[in-house]
Design a protein around this ligand. Structure first.
Ligand code: AMP
Ligand code: MG
Length: 429
């Protein structure tokens, strides 16, 4: 890793260095010495539709998740470990990020085509989905494999898409060869189509399901801005791990005074496992550092995130909420689940998302980000304060919008949201 990246990492004020026992490798799994954390987010009401009511244990009122020794001693049985799956997920997302970075560098107009819903999709979306599915199956052999992912091969099977399919096939094969971890014969176009369609699982509340957005924030990707490869794992309907690869996210805070520094080192990999906290490392391989959401109780200093695209989230509603709360800073508008990653390390304290009425959120747009923030001490709910339920298939069933913040600010935020929703109407789709 470049020395400048290490310096940038060490300057992040919210980071607590973990103490890996051995030298870090690019695709580190977490050390088994990681201290389990009694994580009280999951003591929020799980099936109720009434307003938010955190049930805090005595240890949870502490704002720091890093000092968890007393919590650990309260755990009578060791939590289920997903170490192997997490290592595989980090490797899969990192390799997919490499493909995406290469495509973004040489983004050509011909890389953009239109899906039937007219959203832009690039060879990188498909290539990323293939690589993630391929790596997960290679790294976790002999395990049942279920993947809920955004893309399917329908458009690529059309006559006019053959050139695109060839380009995807070459990109995927080149990425695998350059990585050097897998000695396999080159994948054919047929293999590519089949692997893309391995993502057609419906998910649900039984068993384990991977949840993937191969490029979250495609519009940001096309603009050269933020995007993320977002991969989560559901076990019995609960998100148990998540990885966010954010190739364009600076290693330093994007809301601090450093934000306008030119040539900042970018490329972050966030990873979280249930009861084990959230870590960040650079995409080119640095020691993971534990991260924590902002502890601020003061809305005046709580910078907030929202979508860059006004069509994805009402900027007027979020403006009204911010005003009611007394937030002073201008909104930070960036694409993708990079917002969850930035929030998990304390860049800003609030994320507001209010799509048009009738829009149905998909689980791959939130699963990884949700656990990355939750394990960093944050809370994500719908606009009525209900926890997000990932067990209902490919869609999230929720009331109005998604709000994310720390536990101290959530009650005031919920109040402001409820008041603003009465005053500012959300447009219909
Ligand atoms: P963001 O970059 O946070 O605005 O979110 C990007 C994600 O928004 C994409 O991956 C899409 O799945 C999703 N999206 C697409 N259309 C809409 C819409 N009309 N409202 C809300 N989200 C949308
Ligand atoms: Mg998405």
């Amino acid at each position: 890793m470049a020395a400048s990246s290490l310096t940038a990492l060490s300057r992040l004020v919210h980071l607590t260095p973990s103490s890996p026992k051995s030298n870090p490798k690019p695709f580190l799994s977490f050390s088994s010495s990681t201290v389990p954390i009694l994580f009280t987010f999951f003591t929020l009401k799980l099936n109720s539709s009434s307003s938010y009511s955190p049930i805090l244990s005595s240890s949870s009122s502490s704002s720091s998740l890093s000092s968890s020794s007393s919590s650990a001693s309260l755990n009578s049985s060791a939590p289920m470990s997903y170490d192997k799956q997490l290592a595989a997920a980090k490797k899969a997302a990192s390799l997919a990020a490499r493909l995406c970075q290469n495509v973004q560098k040489g983004l050509l107009q011909s890389d953009v085509q239109s899906k039937s819903d007219k959203s832009p999709v690039t060879v990188a979306d498909y290539g990323s989905q293939v690589l993630v599915s391929f790596v997960l199956q290679k790294e976790l052999p002999g395990q049942a494999f279920s993947l809920v992912a955004e893309e399917d091969s329908g458009d690529l099977r059309k006559e006019e898409s053959q050139e695109t399919l060839e380009r995807i096939t070459k990109l995927v094969n080149d990425t695998i060869v350059n990585d050097g971890s897998y000695k396999v014969s080159p994948l054919s176009k047929g293999d590519i189509l089949t692997i893309i369609d391995s993502g057609m699982s419906e998910g649900g509340s039984n068993g384990q399901h991977w949840v993937l957005d191969p490029i979250d924030g495609t519009k940001g990707f096309l603009r050269g801005d933020q995007y993320a490869i977002a991969l989560g794992l559901l076990d019995e309907g609960k998100v148990v791990l998540g990885v966010l690869a954010c190739p364009n996210l600076p290693l330093e805070s994007i809301t601090s005074e450093h934000q306008n520094t030119p040539n900042r080192v970018a490329g972050c990999l966030f990873s979280a496992q249930l009861s084990c906290g959230t870590y960040m490392e650079s995409l080119d391989g640095s020691p993971p550092v534990k991260v924590h959401v902002s502890n601020t109780e003061n809305p005046e200093e709580a910078a907030f995130f929202e979508s860059y695209e006004a069509a994805h989230s009402s900027h007027s509603l979020s403006g009204s909420i911010a005003k009611k709360l007394g937030v002073k800073a201008a909104p930070v508008r960036i694409d993708s689940q990079a917002k969850y990653g930035a929030l998990s390390r304390g860049d800003g304290a609030i994320y507001l998302r209010f799509p048009n009425k009738g829009y149905r959120e998909k689980i791959w747009d939130h699963a990884a980000g949700y656990i990355v923030v939750a394990e960093a001490g944050g809370v994500a709910t719908d606009a009525a304060g209900n926890p997000l339920d990932f067990s209902k298939g490919r869609y999230l069933d929720l009331d109005t919008g998604i709000i994310v913040t720390n536990r101290k600010l959530m009650p005031a935020l919920l109040k402001a949201v409820q008041e603003s929703l009465k005053e500012v109407a959300l447009p219909s789709l």
